[in-house]
Design a protein around this ligand. Structure first.
Ligand code: FAD
Ligand code: SIN
Length: 541
């Protein structure tokens, strides 16, 4: 089966939905999404969106905070775009129908780690859910946007795959849509599109402990890598300092850890060791509100030195009514687990949270392949550098989805060629689905390896060990992939393995410690004149 459209958007989080909304003003859009349309990292975002709203705040302050968190690796011009476009995009979200929390008739602004001002626009502690609700409700009223659920993109359709081009430069080749799996009928459909927008979100599921839901298997990073697009800075995986600790581990292997928002520390939360002692003063003068890499490493160090499994986050000194008013979702979730956060300390541990690197894009979200754009968490715009500032992710997604939409309008206007004949999906040789147990074991193995050896603290020995083990799983997975009929788990395993490979490869390339990448073998930062992005490109796509 073949579908043709102007623009194919892959993913229905904030980046994909906002892009679809903007593009629908001048073209037809199909959005494919692998589960229900609201299932995304966006849907779980708690803290909010950073933007300069308070008259006491300034673009310069937000820019400086972002650059400081990014540890010398942010692109200043791109950060300036992010920050200065921010207030307009917040207004767009409000116009679309998002109801942010207000105080005395004005947007209520919260504070989070690394921010010198209160500038986090939020909807209580369920900001992402509210944004998804509003965007989906709006898109439901727009005729030329079609959202197709339970449809998983397998691979991009590229000029080089079709024409089998050899020995010619990869950059600037065309992308013409994607092969997708209809997860109900299990049919593979080709969607031919003049423009493809990759908005597939993050890759937290590559790690054993993560705040990311089960959809976050890094599909977009892997598809882009397989298609020969440039990918950057994959070593910078952000570990959120405070996910809820569970004594019995994750009930199911891909079950996310519940996040205790950074806004709780912004509200006055104090980190304590199990014996009740504060410890952040030892690590940073900003204490609990230091950037995440510092707080996560401090917790990791306390756990290793003391041989304990969690630390506490204490908010008991705050007024109960205020706690419930600000954090109704966190209060209720903890209460369900027997923790009354107005009286009890909250046991927390770091968990993989966000990918700062991704598909390399320019200021209009253009990748190195023609007709392929990437926005949201899957992209690397240059905004986050070596460490993302809290609540800059939702902002980056809307700002660059908007800019992508502007550029796509021009791209389509100048589009002159017709689609080539795209061959059918080839599953000759595929046998059956009977290898499921092998697949779930391999997924568990990858997640454990990445947690143990490619986590908050790394070393050459740990990375080498991880690389060898991931290579073995890669070989086994490719063999399975060729023999097994396509279904979700094999595709996700393949993508998880590809992401693990990219993270390890980039980590090995970075011979220094910077931001989120800390290695015992190179504990210092290189001088600023020597720093650069780690760029990967598959030269034989
Ligand atoms: P997502 O929202 O993850 O959307 C990706 C979409 O792509 C999903 O619909 C998914 O199903 C789909 N998809 C994936 N693969 C495929 C495929 N192969 N085929 C088809 N569809 C596919 N950031 C902030 O700025 N502020 C916060 O307060 C905040 N809180 C957070 C709290 C939690 C618990 C988590 C996990 C993250 C948080 N973040 C926050 C980060 C932020 O939510 C994400 O980075 C952001 O939502 C990413 O948006 P996105 O549109 O790029 O991707
Ligand atoms: C949080 O609420 O702590 C998450 C914020 C973010 O990831 O930016």
């Amino acid at each position: 089966m073949e579908i043709k459209t102007d623009v194919l958007v892959i993913g229905s989080g904030i980046a994909g939905l906002f892009a679809a909304h903007e593009i629908s003003k001048y073209a037809d859009v199909i959005v494919v999404t692998k589960k229900d349309k609201n299932e995304s990292n966006t849907n779980y975002a708690q803290g909010g969106i950073a933007s300069v709203i308070d008259p006491e705040d300034s673009f310069d302050k937000h820019i400086e905070d972002t650059l400081k968190a990014g540890a010398g690796l942010c692109k200043r011009d791109i950060v300036e775009i992010l920050v200065t476009d921010g207030p307009d995009r917040i207004n767009d979200l409000i116009r679309i129908g998002t109801e942010f929390t207000k105080k005395n008739g004005k947007l209520d602004l919260a504070k989070e780690g690394g921010h010198s001002m209160a500038r986090i626009v939020h909807a209580k502690d369920l900001t992402g859910k509210e944004i998804e609700r509003a965007l989906i409700a709006k898109l439901n009223t727009i005729k030329n946007v079609k959202i197709i659920e339970n449809t998983l993109a397998i691979d991009l359709i590229t000029e080089h795959n079709i024409k089998k081009l050899k020995n010619e430069p990869l950059n600037n080749r065309n992308c013409w849509g994607a092969f997708v799996l209809d997860c109900n009928s299990m049919d593979v459909i080709k969607i031919a599109a003049k423009v493809t927008v990759l908005a597939t979100g993050g890759l937290g599921q590559v790690y054993l402990h993560t705040t990311n839901p089960s959809i976050a298997t890094g599909d977009g990073f892997a598809m882009a890598y397989r298609s020969g697009a440039k990918i950057g800075n994959m070593e910078f995986i952000q570990f959120h300092p405070t996910s809820l600790y569970r004594a019995n581990g994750n009930e199911s292997y891909n079950n996310p850890s519940f996040l205790i928002s950074e806004a709780v520390r912004g509200f006055g939360g104090i980190l304590r060791t199990i014996d009740g002692k504060e410890f952040m003063t030892k690590y940073d003068s900003r204490k609990e509100l230091a950037p995440r890499d510092i707080v996560a490493r401090a917790i990791d160090n306390e756990l290793k030195v003391r041989g304990e499994e969690f630390v506490y986050l204490d908010i008991t000194h705050k007024d109960k009514e205020e706690i419930i008013e600000h954090f109704p979702n966190i209060y209720n979730e903890c209460l369900k687990k027997g923790i009354d956060i107005s009286k009890d300390f909250i046991p927390v541990v770091p968990a993989a949270h966000y990918a700062c690197g991704g598909v390399a894009v320019d200021e209009f979200a253009r990748t190195s392949l023609k007709g392929l754009y990437a926005c949201g968490e899957v992209s690397m715009t240059g905004v986050h550098g070596a460490n993302r500032l809290a609540s800059n992710s939702l902002l980056e997604a809307v700002v660059f989805a908007h800019r992508a939409a502007k550029d796509i309008k021009i791209f389509l206007k100048n589009y002159s060629h017709s689609f080539p004949d795209i061959p059918e999906w080839d599953d000759l040789g595929a046998l059956s689905y009977d290898e499921k147990i092998l697949i779930s074991h391999s997924i568990k193995e990858v997640r454990q390896i990445m947690w143990d050896y490619v986590g908050i603290v790394r070393s050459n020995q740990r990375l080498d060990r991880a690389a060898r083990r991931i290579h073995n799983i890669f070989v086994e997975t490719e063999d399975l992939y060729k023999r097994t009929k396509i279904f979700e788990d094999i595709l996700e395993l393949r993508n998880i393995v590809a992401c693990a490979h990219m993270i390890i490869k980039s980590a090995k390339l970075r011979k220094e410690s910077r931001g989120l990448h800390y290695t015992l073998d190179y504990p210092n930062q290189l001088s600023d004149s020597k720093i650069k992005d780690t760029i990967l490109q598959n030269l034989n796509p």
